[in-house]
Design a protein around this ligand. Structure first.
Ligand code: COA
Length: 169
């Protein structure tokens, strides 16, 4: 009887600015972990945004969220195109979270441009949990900047980092 070749673990890439990572992002990663063997979270140095947290700070905050999943969750920084990174890693898919219908236009455009650039890479859309559909990083930053309570929106270590950041500014 011929032996089947060992199955390659499935890999997904989930990219964003994560300034900072929120419970909504964590929800998407946990959903992706049900479908893929491993998820690489990539922090993009987005030229259109002026981040509050440095790349290293963001990386550290994301790693702490998945401290119990170090085998299955990797965090990386990308400076080029997401689709090129995804192809280079031999990943199966790009994961994107959808929060509301308003996300769809942009997401479809992004997915189609990415497919045009790399035909083999597909985008998988995951519905964010209902609890997080209103959430974004800039909303969290704004609440924290004005001294509002962000517990329940971000993990405790991110809340502490925000408090620290705004206490110093
Ligand atoms: N929960 C909470 N917030 C969420 C969320 C979720 N499930 N999904 C998205 N968001 C928020 C983000 O926090 C972010 O909020 P902000 O604007 O307040 O910071 C906002 O929605 C937009 O997020 P996202 O759509 O992920 O955009 P991004 O700028 O973080 O990332 C990429 C867009 C993936 C294109 C970019 O980061 C990337 O990888 N760039 C590499 C270059 C590239 O390939 N560009 C595309 C060329 S076609």
């Amino acid at each position: 009887m011929s032996k089947l070749p060992p199955k390659r673990p499935t890999l997904a890439v989930y990219s964003g600015t994560f300034d900072p990572v929120t419970n909504g992002h964590i929800d998407i990663v946990n959903r992706a972990l049900r479908l893929f063997d491993k998820v690489v979270i990539t922090i993009a140095s987005n030229a259109n945004k002026t981040p509050l947290f440095s790349l290293e700070e963001r990386m550290d905050m994301i790693r702490k969220c998945f401290i119990d999943e170090t085998e299955r969750v990797e965090v990386d920084i990308i400076s080029g195109l997401l689709v090129e990174y995804t192809a280079r890693r031999g990943a199966n898919a790009i994961v994107r979270g959808l929060r509301a219908v308003s996300d769809f236009d942009y997401e479809m455009q992004l997915a189609l441009v990415n497919r045009k650039l790399e035909r083999e890479i597909d985008t998988v859309f995951l519905m964010a949990g209902l609890r997080w559909i209103f959430l974004s990083s800039s909303m969290v930053r704004d609440v924290a900047r004005h001294g509002g309570d962000v517990s329940g929106l971000v993990p405790p270590h991110v809340r502490a980092a925000l408090k620290n950041k705004f206490a110093r500014s």
